[in-house]
Design a protein around this ligand. Structure first.
Ligand SMILES: [Ca+2]
Ligand SMILES: [Ca+2]
Length: 155
C-alpha cells in the first residue's frame, strides 16, 4: 500500500512538473512563429490590411492590370496601387507585410507570392516575373530585397 501511495505521489509530482514546464511554452510566442513559417509555403496570412495604407479601388485596379501571366511590371503596379510617392513609413509598413517571415528581407519565394499580399486569391508571379522583379530590386546582389532596396523600387 505504501508502495502504491509512493507511486501515486511520484505520478502526481511529475504531472505537476509537466504542467509547470508546458505552461510557459504555450504562453510564449514560439507557436506563432512556427505557424507563420508553415503558412509561408501556402497562402500568406494578412498581418495588417494593406487597405490601411492603400485604397481598395486602386489595389483592385493594380491587380486587374497584371491579371494575365507575365503582365506584371512592378513600376506600373506600384503606381496604380498608389504606393509610389507614399511616405517612408508607409512604404516600410508595406515591406513588413510582404516580408511574411519577418526575416528583414523579401526572399524569392515571398516575391513570387507578392500579389497575394494585396488579394488572398491573386495569382502567384511567374518565374520570369519573379526573377525580373528580384533583379530590378536586388542592387547588392544578395538574392533578396532589403528594406532600402524596396524603397528604391517604389520611388
Ligand atoms: Ca522574408
Ligand atoms: Ca539585396
Amino acid at each position: 500500500m505504501r508502495q502504491f501511495s509512493n507511486a501515486l505521489h511520484r505520478k502526481t509530482r511529475s504531472l505537476n512538473l509537466t504542467n509547470c514546464i508546458i505552461a510557459p511554452i504555450t504562453q510564449s510566442t514560439r507557436p506563432l512563429s512556427v505557424s507563420s513559417v508553415a503558412c509561408k509555403a501556402t497562402t500568406p496570412e494578412l498581418k495588417m490590411p494593406l487597405t490601411d495604407i492603400l485604397e481598395q479601388g486602386k489595389i483592385t485596379a493594380a491587380l486587374e492590370e497584371c491579371k494575365n501571366a507575365d503582365s506584371f511590371h512592378h513600376k506600373q503596379f506600384f503606381k496604380t496601387c498608389g504606393l509610389t510617392g507614399k511616405s517612408h513609413a508607409d512604404v516600410k509598413k508595406v515591406f513588413d507585410i510582404i516580408d511574411q517571415d519577418r526575416s528583414g528581407f523579401v526572399e524569392e519565394d515571398e516575391l513570387k507570392l507578392f500579389l497575394q499580399n494585396f488579394k488572398k486569391d491573386a495569382r502567384a508571379l511567374t518565374d520570369k516575373e519573379t526573377k525580373e522583379f528580384l533583379k530590378a530590386g536586388d542592387t547588392d546582389n544578395d538574392g533578396k530585397i532589403g528594406e532600402s532596396e524596396f524603397a528604391d523600387l517604389v520611388k
